[in-house]
Design a protein around this ligand. Structure first.
Ligand SMILES: Cc1cc2nc3c(=O)[nH]c(=O)nc-3n(C[C@H](O)[C@H](O)[C@H](O)COP(=O)(O)O)c2cc1C
Ligand SMILES: CC(C)CC(=O)C(=O)O
Length: 399
């Protein structure tokens, strides 16, 4: 019963029961040692919150704005491939859930429903995630179809010149169904019967020569704003600004590409600092609790994206499962804000940008001693504590 589920992680157990092993492993798995997959969750857990009390939290504002579109909470749906392997209604159910929750879904290039089908299934604001294949005409075709169908932005995934080595998929000989967006354009059948068919297919099709120079080409084929997904360093954040990205998604692809990349939450601040509030910075990877969302906002994210929990909700309960996942995260975030002494998720973001701009933070990062720093503003008190060179807690509230 969906009603008996009290936390997002419980959906993973239900999804495991509902799905064939090959598909469950595909969704749940990461690359190689799955170090980054685990770190994404663990690094959230290392951050401790120090609440402020006796703040009037009788009314809490959860909504935020992404590229001019208001969403009910700073929690969006990450692009994930092939939802029909999780549930027969696939992306259509996910999109309806996004619309019901008044949030943005990013449709995967590798979806099992077409851009047109998903666009016409509901009135949610949708972005389209793009992989660039060696056959550039496919990107042109899909970007133009997405634009025509009413998608509001292109999310270019930058971390997949080749597919990460996902060992469960290799063992299971993971298959690739025909991808709906490519029907009539390209077959997804691959000759190899060894290892992961998905890996063979991806490596045959993805364009490993894609580079920063190609953003100009992408801009020449669309009028939509372009967000770049897969940024983990200040250097690449700066480059993304130089090429005119409209937004950045701090992501390590949920630990499915390069293993031993840092957890996204641990590099968020570095990216936010480089971007300097010029464009929105979003984060995905390991978000499983409202407190995780709160931590990401406090460190400068405008919103987070959720990947696997959405698929698990879909696999377990279809559209209702996705709605439940999104509602649980939103409710937990609201409770976190109340208990931590916050009235608005937007104020949270303002605080953190002050924090990350402060040079003291960087110069004390290596210290082995407790470092307490507070900044006073007419409207805010922000306090950051670092222990042994790591951020250990975040406190800030309205003055
Ligand atoms: C099963 C699965 C499929 C994915 N497919 C895509 C995809 O097609 N395009 C993409 O840019 N990212 C894809 N991702 C990465 C997600 O967009 C996102 O970065 C990641 O899932 C976030 O981590 P989380 O699952 O811990 O929330 C996929 C992730 C998973 C788990
Ligand atoms: C079809 C795949 C390339 C989708 C993907 O990005 C993933 O599985 O992580």
């Amino acid at each position: 019963m969906a009603d008996e589920i009290v936390s997002v992680n419980e959906f993973q157990v239900l999804a495991r029961q509902a799905l064939p092993k090959m598909y469950y492993d595909f969704y749940a798995g990461g690359a190689e040692d799955e170090h980054t997959l685990k770190k994404n969750v663990q690094e959230f857990q290392r951050i401790i919150l120090q609440p402020r009390v006796l703040v009037d939290v009788s009314s809490i504002a959860m909504s935020t704005n992404i590229l001019g579109y208001t969403i009910s909470a700073p929690i969006m749906i990450a692009p994930t491939a092939m939802h029909k392997l999780a549930h027969p209604e696939g992306e259509l159910a996910t999109a309806r859930a996004a619309a019901a929750c008044n949030t943005i879904m990013i449709l995967s290039f590798s979806a099992s429903a077409s851009v047109e089908e998903v666009a016409s299934s509901c009135n949610a604001v949708q972005f389209f995630q793009l992989y660039v294949y060696k056959r550039r005409d496919i990107a042109v075709n899909l970007v133009q179809r997405a634009e025509k169908s009413g998608y509001k932005a292109i999310v270019l995934t930058s971390d997949t010149p080749r597919l990460g080595r996902r060992e469960a998929d290799i063992k299971n000989k993971m298959i690739v169904p025909q991808l709906k967006n490519l029907e009539g354009l390209m077959s997804t059948a691959v000759a190899s019967d060894k290892g992961s068919n998905l890996e063979a297919y991806a490596n045959e099709t993805m364009d490993p020569s894609l580079s920063w120079r190609d953003i100009a080409w992408l801009k020449s084929i669309t009028n939509l704003p372009i967000l770049i997904k897969g940024i983990l360093t200040r250097e690449d954040a700066t480059k993304a600004m130089e090429v005119g990205a409209a937004g950045i998604i701090v992501s390590n692809h949920g630990g499915r590409q390069l293993d031993y990349t840092p957890a996204t939450i641990s590099v968020l601040e570095e990216v936010v600092q480089a971007v300097g509030r010029k464009v929105p910075v979003l984060l995905d990877g390991g978000v499983r609790r409202g407190t995780d969302v709160f931590k990401a906002l406090a460190l400068g994210a405008q919103a987070v994206l959720v990947g696997r929990p959405v698929i698990y909700g879909l696999a377990a309960k279809g559209e209702a499962g996705v709605r439940k996942v999104m509602h649980m995260l939103k409710d937990e975030l609201e409770l976190t804000m109340a208990l931590a002494g916050y009235r608005s998720s937007r104020i949270l973001k303002l605080h953190s940008s002050i924090v990350s701009d402060h040079p003291m933070l960087t110069c004390h990062v290596q210290t082995l001693f407790l470092f307490v720093h507070s900044i006073r503003r007419p409207w805010a008190i922000t306090e950051i504590r670092l222990v042994k060179g790591k951020r250990s807690s975040i406190t800030s509230t309205l003055a």
